[in-house]
Design a protein around this ligand. Structure first.
Ligand SMILES: Cc1ncc(COP(=O)(O)O)c(C=O)c1O
Length: 407
């Protein structure tokens, strides 16, 4: 008799995210003449830049000729792209070899799959609120107990709230695998060198591993914040970094990301290179490489012109962040994030819960947000606004809030 993986039954989030879509649909059905403005989902809206389009086109063109056609590529990704990433890191004074870089179809898959190379007995630490993939992938794997009173048993939660600037602080409990996302989804906070150093020091001391998701690194405009965990001394011995072209260059649909597994990374008493080998084995077993067309596009992103254009694209969304922050602050709201990250973390007025504030914004101002409580219990009392919308819609949303929200 076949049996199911009963860990799936422990998952909480999916139903609640569906609830956002349901409430939106209900509203539209009841108010067909009203336009709703979506600032909920963190999905890009602006077209790819000309250099990237040219790169993608080159990729397509190559497939049209027997001389340049390629099928399956190198399992770790196109050597040219990995070399370009080595150069990209070198400019940040980080030395990596191409063997340490694995190209993938995006940061979601890698951040969900990475834990498969670690034992089930590892204790996992996640921030609260959290990007749900880190949590759910470990629930599915069986690294947690039951969900009770808003928390999974066996998991270490690192509360992120106003008192610590929404950046996780050093753990009191011992943890073996620590997930950190900076700049952060959903709170828009960014960790400083000093804050990341406490985690690196902890990981080195306790032989833990840090999974660092830096897929919003290019949104850091203030150079005093680290864009990579490897800016912290010793991090190559204890950290894996996951990154993506999705939010940096509009690749949410094109799909491309990368993961760095340094040769120096050791856990238990494994020899150097062992963890890198495990990820290589996992990927070559379960993944057949990223699309060759997407990789041409990513090479274009990393070209000098591509980087210049992508910076402008990031600037476009950060301009949206400025508009939202300014307008909501003017109305007297407590507004966080949005300075070196594309998310705004908005505190509900009074004692409204995340869902109550979500409903109020939808019904009174027709603006769709994401309830903070969906990201964890510490997210209760907040909503997240994504800045990845068209500027016109952001302006419309702010005007509607200013004019129609009963504060
Ligand atoms: C923190 C974080 N990591 C990873 C991802 C997924 O990125 P990708 O499109 O590369 O799969 C997202 C997307 O929203 C994210 O917010």
């Amino acid at each position: 008799m076949a049996t199911i993986n009963k860990n799936y039954d422990k998952l909480q989030g999916a139903y609640m995210f569906g609830e956002v879509a349901k409430r939106m649909k209900d509203f539209v059905e009841k108010n067909p003449s009203l336009e709703i403005i979506k600032l909920g989902i963190g999905d890009t809206t602006q077209p790819l830049t000309p250099a990237v389009i040219k790169g993608l086109y080159e990729g397509v063109k190559k497939l049209s000729s027997i001389k340049t056609y390629t099928g399956y590529g190198h399992p770790k990704g196109d050597v040219r792209l990995r070399n370009a990433l080595v150069d990209f890191y070198k400019k940040q004074n980080i030395d990596l070899s191409i063997e340490e870089i694995f190209i993938s179809d995006g940061a979601k898959s890698d951040s969900g799959n990475i834990s498969s190379i670690f034992g089930l007995e590892n204790v996992v630490a996640i921030a609260d609120p959290v990007y749900p993939v880190y949590l759910d992938s470990n629930v599915i794997a069986g690294r947690t107990g039951e969900f009770k009173n808003g928390k999974y048993k066996g998991l270490v939660y690192m509360p992120c709230n106003e008192s610590n600037g929404f950046v996780p602080t050093l753990l009191k409990e011992k943890a073996d695998i620590i997930y950190i996302c900076s700049p952060n989804n959903p709170t828009g906070s960014v960790a400083t060198h000093k804050q990341l150093k406490t985690f690196v020091d902890y990981a080195l001391k306790n032989k833990s591993v840090i999974i660092f998701d830096s897929c919003y690194a290019q949104y850091i405009g203030d150079d005093s914040f680290p864009k990579s965990i490897y800016e912290i001394e010793g991090a190559k011995k204890c950290a894996i970094e996951i990154n993506s072209f999705s939010k940096w260059a509009g690749f949410t649909g094109v799909r491309l990301g990368w993961t760095v597994v340094p040769m120096d990374l050791v856990v238990e008493d494994t020899p150097k290179g062992k963890i890198n080998n495990l990820w290589s084995r996992r990927q070559s077993t379960m993944f057949n490489g990223a699309s060759n067309i997407s990789q041409e596009g990513a090479l274009a992103v990393l070209s000098p012109l591509g980087q210049k254009e992508s910076k402008k694209l990031v600037g476009y969304y950060m301009e949206n962040a400025k508009i939202i922050k300014k307008s909501l602050s003017k109305l007297g709201f407590k507004v966080f994030g949005g300075e070196n990250a594309p998310y705004i973390w908005l505190k509900s007025p009074g004692k409204l819960t995340s869902w109550e504030f979500f409903d109020k914004l939808l019904k009174e101002a027709r603006v769709v947000t994401t309830p903070g409580s969906l990201f964890g219990s510490e997210g209760e009392g907040y909503v997240r606004l994504s800045t990845f919308a068209d500027k016109k819609n952001v302006e419309k949303a702010m005007k509607s809030i200013e004019e129609s929200l009963k504060i």
